[in-house]
Design a binder for this molecule. Structure first.
Ligand code: ADP
Ligand code: MG
Length: 276
């Protein structure tokens, strides 16, 4: 086991798992005419390296491109332009074997666990699903893994037989986190993972994510419109505006010496869950 300092050293020197270079995602908007379509530059030239053991916080106003960037990182959206590598290989040309490896190494947690979880499946089946899809273990191995996962996210074993509607919102998000961990990913992308939750359970879910990141030496991309939430969990913060990263640095750098008016505006906005 590495101590914290050792882990930080590894994080600094370790090769990126995902590397984005000048990634662009452009959409044709509905308001444009046929001859002069309006182009929405959802992501407009983002470069980013994602390594194990480091949490990158991405913060910016609604509509600045955070979710689009997240969907590129997890392979759900093909960029219009730019390069992306996964463990040094071109990630934009994927065959079946590549997709399988990518799918188990990179996973995502969405904002709203109520819509992310199948309401007709038990928690147990939800957690087994990725193991089935990837053909991992036999029946008893999968049962054991489900018990481990429940443990890992602080849910009682009795939750296994419940349906999503029978547990609380915070517990549902724990299930979504457990599912994201099922295949022992190296990188987790969490897109506004606490925004749909009751204020009273947000800090618990943030603490859980921070603890898991340490325990499992995960790389994490943590996305939020709330800069205080991002500060709470991130090693490095990227401020996004209109599809671009306009400022990045350690939490201290960004908070104590913001170089952009936009960042100062985010810093000045709205009270935060952590003061409630
Ligand atoms: P955020 O997550 O920061 O709120 P999004 O990534 O969801 O931002 O959206 C970025 C911009 O791209 C927004 O202006 C949004 O309306 C636009 N957008 C996202 N997806 C599409 C799409 N499929 N077609 C057209 N525009 C889109
Ligand atoms: Mg979003």
């Amino acid at each position: 086991m590495l101590n914290t300092q050792g882990r930080e050293a590894v994080a600094r020197v370790s090769e990126p798992i995902i590397e984005l270079k000048d990634i662009k995602v452009y959409h044709r908007s509905r308001t444009g005419g046929i001859f002069k379509p309006n182009i929405v530059k959802a992501v407009d030239g983002v470069s980013l390296s994602i390594r194990r053991g480091e949490t990158i916080g991405i913060v910016g106003e609604s509509g600045c491109g955070k979710s689009t960037l997240a969907s590129v990182v997890v392979g759900l959206q093909k960029p219009t332009d730019g390069q992306m590598t996964f463990k040094g290989r071109d990630a934009l040309k994927r065959n079946a074997a590549f997709r399988k490896e990518f799918g188990s190494d990179i996973s995502i947690i969405f904002q709203d666990p109520a819509t992310a979880l199948n309401p007709r499946m038990t928690i147990q089946d939800i957690l087994k699903d990725p193991l089935d899809v990837h053909g991992i273990g036999d029946k008893s191995g999968r049962d054991r893994r489900v018990r481990e996962l429940l443990n890992l996210v602080g849910l009682p074993q009795s939750a296994a037989d419940a349906m999503p509607s029978q547990i609380s919102g915070g517990q549902r998000q724990r299930v979504a986190i457990a599912r994201a961990l099922a295949l022992e990913p190296k990188i987790i992308v969490a897109d506004e993972p606490t925004s749909a939750l009751d204020v009273s359970v947000r800090a618990q879910v943030l603490n859980l994510l921070s603890d898991l990141k340490e325990e499992l030496f995960l790389g994490m991309v943590f996305i939020s419109h709330d800069i205080q939430t991002v500060r709470y969990v991130s090693d490095r913060i990227c401020v996004m505006n209109k599809g671009k990263i306009v400022e990045q640095g350690s939490a201290e750098q960004v908070f104590d010496h913001p170089t952009q008016d936009y960042t100062r505006k985010l810093l000045g906005a709205a009270p935060t869950l952590l003061h409630v």
